[in-house]
Design a protein around this ligand. Structure first.
Ligand SMILES: NC(=O)c1ccc[n+]([C@@H]2O[C@H](COP(=O)([O-])OP(=O)(O)OC[C@H]3O[C@@H](n4cnc5c(N)ncnc54)[C@H](O)[C@@H]3O)[C@@H](O)[C@H]2O)c1
Ligand SMILES: O=C(O)[C@H](O)[C@H](O)COP(=O)(O)O
Length: 380
């Protein structure tokens, strides 16, 4: 069996070698010629899988995308050809939720203010939106959810309309898929008109898909409204963000919100499980067996865990400032954006780090802080 896999997908060798020969390819420049004799194709969000790419791949039985989003896949064409497909829903949701939380702590620090006390509006209450809400709620923040689709399906959580969310939230975090049609289409959901309705001093963070915000309109609005603060992990026209926008953004990263080692491992592992099912084979590997331990010990006085100290704890797993600095240095070169992603050092999720009270410090104030850290996702 021949497996063609994106070279930037960790753990493919460890999980798929048992099925046959693996050929690693550059997913961005993948051609029909390279996939024509593949049985299995494993891709990331940068590969457009459509008729042009796989028309001649007569043996292709499975396409797997180690991503949450499926906007790069022509699902109808795969269905027509009878090729099995799986993405990896939820694989990197925790990573995205923690990214949004850490990024907003960083923004508060940079602006000399506090995240504590802010009202957070989450647009799209699926896997990543829910993971983000979990972090904000663990920190005691009020969260408003907007998801008309889930609301219509009878989801038991409380929802608000987008207009109400914009009017009430201090922070807006975007977590929708990109859709170009229908009553809830998200392409340019935040166009110039909507951006102009943001209340003064709103913080806007996008870690879903770049085109959910009209980036040209955002430049225009930011030029007259510096009170709005923006964090962007995703950009219109990736891998070529509009250069003029970058200096207007407080934190800029190259589509790596989902890049935790755990998230990457889960993504590849979910495709492995699907292929095992398809081939009616019992999986011989385990997810936990893939992840290296994260060893770190530090004595913290958690009795007074203020926001500064909380941010320091978050920086143990992910220091967003490094990615922001690297992005500004090299996003504008021809291959800069993709190289930043390829060379990204996968961070760990909060769960990789165990937090326990020191035996001589088990007073009730510290145990509240420890409970909060555990609710955020740190292990016991
Ligand atoms: N930056 C990254 O690294 C990264 C990582 C993972 C996912 N993503 C992107 O984030 C998107 C969301 O991921 P997810 O796992 O939460 O997906 P999901 O499908 O679990 O949730 C998306 C939610 O958005 C809701 N929605 C759709 N249209 C809406 C609208 N107009 N208004 C409000 N809600 C709407 C849906 O009902 C759904 O509940 C993915 O499709 C992917 O494009 C980015
Ligand atoms: O849809 C997703 O899962 C994310 O956007 C994902 O993090 C994209 O990462 P890539 O596949 O480009 O490595």
């Amino acid at each position: 069996m021949k497996i063609v896999a994106d070279e930037n997908m960790p753990y493919v060798e460890a999980l798929f070698a048992e099925f046959g020969q693996i050929e690693f390819v550059n997913g961005r420049t993948l051609t029909a010629e390279q996939v024509k004799d593949a049985d299995v194709l494993l891709v990331r969000s940068v590969t457009k899988v459509d008729q042009t790419l796989i028309e001649d791949a007569a043996k292709l039985l499975f396409v797997g995308s180690a991503t949450i989003g499926t906007d790069h896949i022509d699902l109808d064409f795969l269905h027509q050809r009878g090729i099995a497909f799986s993405n990896a829903p939820g694989c990197n949701a925790t990573a995205v939720g923690e990214f949004a939380f850490i990024a907003l702590l960083e923004l508060a620090k940079r602006l000399g203010t506090q995240l504590k006390g802010k009202v957070i509006g989450i647009v799209g209450a699926g896997n990543t939106g829910t993971a983000a809400a979990k972090c904000f709620e663990a920190y005691g923040l009020q969260v408003l959810l907007c998801d008309p689709i889930k609301q219509a399906e009878g989801d038991s959580r409380q929802f608000v309309s987008l207009d109400e969310l914009i009017a009430k939230a201090d922070v807006i975090s975007l977590h929708v898929p990109i859709t170009k049609e229908g009553p809830h289409k998200t392409w340019y959901l935040f166009d110039e008109t909507r951006l102009n309705t943001l209340k003064p001093n709103t913080w806007l963070i996008n870690c879903c898909r770049g085109e959910v915000i009209d980036n040209h309109a955002l430049i225009k609005v930011k030029q007259t409204r510096d009170d709005i603060k923006v964090i962007l992990d995703v950009w219109e026209g990736e891998p070529n963000p509009i250069a003029e926008l970058v200096p207007l953004v407080e934190f800029a990263t190259p589509h790596i919100a989902g890049y935790s080692l755990e998230g990457k491992a889960r993504g590849t592992f979910m495709l492995y499980q699907t292929l095992c099912r398809l081939l009616q084979k019992d999986p011989s590997k385990s997810l936990m067996g893939l992840l290296p331990p994260f060893e770190f010990q530090q004595r913290l006085n958690t009795a007074d865990l203020d926001e500064n100290k909380l941010l320091k704890m978050c920086r143990l797993v992910f220091d967003l400032r490094d990615d922001d600095a690297l992005f500004r240095q090299s996003f504008h070169t021809a291959t800069g954006f993709d190289l930043l992603r390829k060379q990204h050092t996968h961070r760990r999720e909060f769960s990789a780090l165990a937090v326990n009270p020191a035996s001589d410090n088990a007073i009730s104030a510290s145990s509240d802080c420890i409970k909060m850290l555990h609710s955020l996702g740190y292990s016991q």
